[in-house]
Design a protein. Structure first.
Length: 264
């Protein structure tokens, strides 16, 4: 088993007097994609920020590999409408020494090669998402954190961007932690799913998670088909009930369920 790029051990956090995360554990290894799903208010974006070090946990530990190169695509980017900021300058802010050719290549990879000279404020929602992903890719990240990276992108574009993300993991060994509401597309390229509702309700391969009672309680039985319809090439074995064998690699850590773990 490869050493994780980022590992969270029993992380807890409250914000504004409200418990947001409770004893959450997960690990992201090189070349692996971990996707977080859950209802609104489940703590998904907060968990990403804790993994990145943007928010410190109140309890538990976050371990990051020393010298880790990080790329981050937030859920939204707010730019003052009067701020003169071209896409080229926006990319250069992430990697000041980046060559123009590298910027052009990163934009081409996400299908946005035509916007280099445009103002960021003039981009459509889908174009802005692509530019933010290009900015993250430009950093050549070891660890890539994506908070709903395809918002505002049409279905065809979503599939293309998810293919790009999968390619980063496969070809460059990047570890990916991704938040998504899109159960119909994203699971095709996901190695592990973490179902979050302020704590880890269930975690594992999409096939196993799609049958888990906690997942079905959150999303309903129709959602199971969204995960189960995909085939997936992976390097670990599943037991008869769909869970991952104890001797298999790439399994996020165990977690407990308290008496209040009910999702109706």
């Amino acid at each position: 088993m490869a050493e994780p790029l980022v590992r969270l051990d029993r992380v807890s956090l409250s914000l504004g007097g409200q418990q947001v995360l409770t004893e959450v554990s997960l690990a992201v290894e090189p070349g692996r994609i971990v996707t977080i799903v859950g209802p609104n208010g489940a703590g998904k974006s907060t968990l990403v920020k804790v993994a990145l070090g943007l928010l410190p946990p109140e309890a538990g530990h976050v371990h990051r590999r020393p010298g880790l190169a990080i790329g981050y695509v937030p859920q939204r980017l707010v730019v003052a409408p009067t701020l003169p900021l071209s896409v080229r300058r926006f990319l250069a802010m992430a990697v000041p020494r980046a060559r123009l050719a590298d910027m052009e290549q990163s934009l081409e990879r996400v299908g946005a090669g035509h916007v280099l000279a445009r103002q960021v404020t003039a981009l459509s929602g889908g174009e802005l998402q692509r530019v933010m992903l290009a900015r993250a890719v430009l950093r050549r990240p070891d660890f890539l954190a994506l908070d709903e990276p395809v918002g505002g992108v049409d279905m065809t574009g979503q599939a293309e961007l998810y293919d790009l993300i999968a390619g980063l993991a496969r070809d460059h060994g990047s570890g990916v932690l991704m938040v998504s509401h899109d159960l119909h597309v994203v699971m095709a390229a996901t190695d592990e799913v973490v179902c979050l509702n302020r704590h880890v309700c269930c975690a594992g391969h999409p096939e196993a998670v799609s049958r888990h009672p906690e997942y079905l309680g959150l999303f309903g039985p129709r959602a199971a088909g969204s995960l189960a319809i995909y085939t997936h090439v992976h390097d670990h074995a599943h037991l008869a009930d769909g869970t991952v064998g104890a001797d298999s690699p790439h399994v996020n850590g165990p977690h407990g369920h308290g008496p209040d773990c009910r999702h109706g």
